[in-house]
Design a protein around this ligand. Structure first.
Ligand code: PCP
Length: 372
């Protein structure tokens, strides 16, 4: 047992973090000496935004490594649609059945976060988006949250346990400003002591009106002002941002940017993206709804089979240059001018390639260009 309520890597890897009915299944099949060769597919019947971003593949592969299975999957960062298999596993059922719980958990949570981040990026257009939401979830999964948000396309993340390669973003909390007699002293102190590479984004809503604090921060040398206006004061937030922009401009601070954060949702991002210079997003990314992936047997001993509501047999998903997909039975020839999405990742338990976080993100950003 660790200090906190978390499950160890070792227990997850051993398949001990599972639903009890998988262990009962394993026990009874063992007594009965049944262990059929099966192929399973992982699909989502529905997705909150109609399309999703596959994420969490690296953890999924590490979970399955060493089991006597073959694994095909869409590359991480692929766009997928309801009903399309994102992963296919072939092996003897008893050898991997107990891993379903953790496997779906890895993919469902990470893909949910990456999908929301990608949608927010699509709404934000060219405006940078920073992930500020690790505080909304258990700290033990901060690295996963920031990695998934990054793959979804955010431009930086605030958590110091982000994987290497993600730029850290964030300057000062309200508590920093409140440690001084007045905000100006806090901003001056920040400017004096913060490392040179940290942008001078001054938080401008702690005690006074945003316009008044923004002007004062601009005079103190701010490169940008961050408005994190509390819910109780928001009213018409777009009007507040427009007013701050106006006063900065007429006072000669048109080069001072406006960074907005605090309780922002998709509608806010669409509404503000023409008048702000950056967004800080917490819960809308970190608390994203998970993708409800399920794992189903679609072939037993080489014969197509499926439960009600599922399509039997091995499928392939093909992607056209336009980004459109088509799903076909695997024994149908590939359509012309389309790319087969499923690739082999594990052969006889050996990982053949592990996803590269930066390539996964580039895949998402490239796909988003086709949506916009
Ligand atoms: C934090 C920070 C960001 C918030 C979180 C983003 O808020 O200022 O704007 O998360 P959200 O999108 O879920 O609201 P506070 O905890 O109010 O910040 P502080 O520590 O500065 O008081």
């Amino acid at each position: 047992m660790g200090i906190f309520h978390t499950v160890s890597d070792e227990a997850i890897k051993a398949g001990e973090c599972t639903d009890v009915y998988f262990l009962r299944t394993e026990d009874i099949l063992t007594v009965e000496d049944k262990n059929p060769k099966v192929t399973v597919e992982i699909t989502a019947a529905s997705i909150p935004n109609e399309w999703g971003v596959l994420c969490g593949l690296d953890d999924a592969l590490k979970l399955l490594e060493g089991l006597f299975v073959d694994v095909y999957a869409m590359p991480e960062g692929s766009i997928f649609y309801p009903g399309e298999p994102v992963m296919r596993i072939t092996g003897n059922y008893r050898d991997f059945g107990r891993f379903e719980t953790a496997l779906l958990g890895f993919l469902s949570h990470a893909s949910g976060i990456a999908s929301s981040a990608a949608l927010i990026k699509a709404y934000a257009g060219s405006i940078p988006v920073y992930s500020f939401g690790s505080r909304r979830q258990h700290p033990a999964i901060s690295e996963m949250i920031e990695r998934s948000a990054w793959i979804g396309g955010v431009d930086g993340a605030s958590n110091t346990c982000s994987p290497a390669g993600i730029p850290l973003a964030g300057t000062m909390p309200h508590s920093f400003v409140m440690c001084y007699d007045n905000p100006n002293d806090a901003w001056v102190s920040f400017d004096r002591h913060a490392p040179a590479e940290v942008s001078r984004v001054m938080l401008c809503d702690t005690f006074c009106d945003e316009k008044r604090e923004a002007l004062a921060a601009a005079k103190a040398g701010a490169a940008a002002v961050r408005l994190d206006t509390p819910r109780s004061r928001k009213g018409d937030m777009r009007a507040i941002i427009e007013e701050v922009r106006w006063e900065l401009d007429v006072n000669g601070f048109s080069d001072v940017g406006i960074f907005v954060s605090g309780g922002l949702n998709l509608e806010d991002i669409a509404d503000f993206s023409d008048i702000v210079d950056a967004f800080g997003i917490g819960g809308a990314i970190a608390n994203a709804p998970v993708i409800d992936f399920s794992l189903d047997i679609i072939e037993i001993d080489g014969k197509p089979v499926s439960k009600r509501g599922k399509k039997s047999g091995v499928k392939e998903v093909y992607e056209y240059e336009s980004g459109n997909h088509i799903m076909l039975p695997a024994n149908i020839p590939a359509p012309e001018n389309a790319r087969q999405m499923m690739k082999i990742f594990i052969k006889d338990g050996q990982i053949l390639n592990i996803p590269d976080m930066q390539k996964s993100r580039a895949r998402v950003l490239s796909a988003l260009l086709k949506f916009t």
